[in-house]
Design a protein. Structure first.
Ligand code: NAP
Length: 239
């Protein structure tokens, strides 16, 4: 497979596909944007978000931005028109937005965006969900993640990929004490069980991009943390 991934990337580039990213200002989204721009896999890249981002690097000069009001997404359906592939890295926390706010973003905004993307012609939708997502969970976070996974599936994308990463390893600027604590605790555990409880964000975004170029033989792909690690390392042996 390591040998093939470069060939697959080259073939993918020739297809001149376009993509959008939701949540490009977040930790995953910004790293994903970097990976997408560096890999030059897409002929057009559009960020859809609630604010315009300052992208000073020359590499981002072709990146388009659509600013939308997520509370009135129907009025912004044009932003979702004509993208072949969509990556959704939206999300908030209960601590930041409260319970209702968390459901609004992680469920309502995600589902509505997916609906508009489908109507706009998107054939491959990629959703960043979470390890343990389960619509029957008694934990709100996991339940909401599980519900939105299932409801997006019902939209019937030609190809739908769900990523279920464990704790994301990154240098987050925003203060999130519980996540910070979990990451610190996970350092020795990650050393012993590297693919079980955490994943570096750089590995996750490589997995997202590598997976996109693989011929998707399943309509719905569910990628757990271990699979994300494997996909994220494709092609590394050659470097
Ligand atoms: N953190 C972890 O360890 C972890 C583990 C597994 C799964 N996940 C999931 O992975 C996804 C991405 O996580 P992340 O840590 O990369 O996210 P993040 O850094 O918190 O970024 C979240 C993105 O969502 C946008 N967003 C948040 N609230 C919004 C609102 N009210 N309206 C519009 N946009 C809003 C943010 O935009 P602004 O910049 O404008 O706020 C940002 O672009 C989330 O769904 C999360 O639940 C996280």
């Amino acid at each position: 497979m390591d040998k093939d991934i470069e060939v697959l990337r080259e073939d993918y580039r020739k297809m001149n596909k376009s993509c959008f990213i939701l949540g490009a200002s977040g930790e995953t989204g910004k790293e994903l944007l970097k990976e997408i721009v560096t890999s030059r896999l897409f002929s057009r890249v559009t960020l859809i978000g609630r604010r315009k981002l300052t992208l000073e690097d020359e590499a981002y000069k072709e990146v388009a931005q659509e600013v939308v009001d997520f509370e009135k997404l129907d009025e912004f359906s044009a932003a979702f028109q004509g993208h072949d592939v969509g990556f959704c890295c939206l999300g908030t926390t209960k601590a930041k937005a409260g319970q209702a706010g968390f459901i609004r973003v992680d469920h309502d905004y995600v589902l509505k965006s997916a609906e508009l993307a489908k109507a706009g012609g998107c054939s491959h939708f990629n959703l960043e969900s979470s390890k343990g997502a389960d619509k029957s969970s008694s934990f709100l976070y996991l339940k909401v993640k599980g519900e939105v996974e299932a409801e997006v599936q019902e939209l019937g994308f030609e190809r739908y990929t769900i990523f279920r990463p464990a704790v994301l390893l990154c240098d987050r600027q925003e203060s999130r004490p519980s996540e910070w604590f979990a990451r610190k605790m996970l350092v020795p555990v990650s050393y012993m069980f590297p693919t079980a409880y955490s994943v570096p964000i750089t590995t996750l975004v490589k997995a997202m991009v590598n997976n996109a170029v693989l011929p998707g033989d399943k309509k719905v792909e569910l990628l757990e943390n271990k699979a994300i690690h494997s996909l994220g390392k494709l092609g590394e042996a050659k470097k």
